[in-house]
Design a protein around this ligand. Structure first.
Ligand code: PEP
Length: 256
């Protein structure tokens, strides 16, 4: 494996946790996962980012679950990259399927967000993934290709190190259905080939690519066993310290 790839466990808390609950969970994660040889990222709700980042001693990367691409302005309800950074975020998730599908975010908008995040020194976790009907009609690669090409349009090769890709098949998110490790590995390989074509040789093999979709303590091992999978973006199971820790422990044992 290339040295530029990292083993990452990321917890996306979605619209869960008050400020108090966020601090408690983040401190438990810090205490339990700080000895593991992996990078840990937490994505609390916006309201808790500042408090969580202030409450931690060990380095856990904190991020926003979304952002708007402008620095400031009349955009009621939105959060800017500058605000995220000031609150203590170093990362931002862009293109989560819940943003794409519930809030109708399109690739053109997501591309502006990726550019803005990088210009404002935030690392990006770019989520891509197909719907069930797209997989069933053999359109997975077509969808992934469109998302990667459009979302990363105009990005410079040297900026790829600020980007992590999370492959999250939409049918596996929050459903309890996990994609088969071999199916995930195939898509990850496809993404690496695509990146080589877009940015030149080596771009794909250097990219950290996570899997997301119903990761639990009882399925992480078979996913982590795949060389192509560099870690996980975890929703539901990141809301409890114990299950997130168990996932992190197994991930680090497999990848060590
Ligand atoms: C997610 O929110 O990105 C996710 C993968 O959720 P879950 O683990 O609950 O499927």
């Amino acid at each position: 494996m290339s040295t530029q790839r990292k083993i990452i466990l990321a917890g996306n808390w979605k619209m869960h946790k008050t400020v108090k609950e966020s601090i408690e969970l983040a401190q438990c994660v810090e205490e339990k996962l700080s000895k593991l040889p992996i990078t840990v990222l937490l994505f609390p709700p916006f309201t808790a980012i500042y408090a969580v980042s202030k409450s931690l001693k060990w380095h856990i990367g904190i991020g926003g679950q979304n952002m708007y691409y402008e620095k400031e302005g009349a955009f009621t309800g939105e959060i800017s990259p500058v605000m995220l950074k000031e609150a203590g975020a170093e990362y931002v998730i862009i293109g989560h399927s819940e943003r794409r599908n519930i809030f109708n975010e399109k690739d053109q908008l997501l591309n502006k967000k990726v550019h803005s995040a990088i210009e404002n020194a935030l690392n990006v976790v770019l989520c891509v993934g197909e719907k069930l009907e797209e997989r069933k009609s053999n359109r997975t690669k077509e969808v992934i290709e469109r998302e990667i090409k459009e979302d990363l349009q105009g990005i410079k090769k040297q900026d790829l190190e600020k980007i992590i890709i999370a492959y999250e098949p939409i049918w596996a998110i929050g459903t309890g259905i996990t994609a088969k490790p071999e199916e995930v590995a195939e898509v990850h390989r496809f993404i690496r080939t695509l990146l080589d074509d877009m940015f030149g040789k080596g771009a794909g093999s250097n990219m950290t690519i996570l899997y997301g979709g119903s990761i639990k303590p009882n399925n992480i091992k078979s996913l982590a066993d795949m060389n192509e999978i560099d870690g996980g973006l975890v929703g539901g199971a990141s809301l409890q310290c114990e299950s997130f820790y168990t996932i992190g422990k197994i991930l680090s044992e497999v990848k060590a």
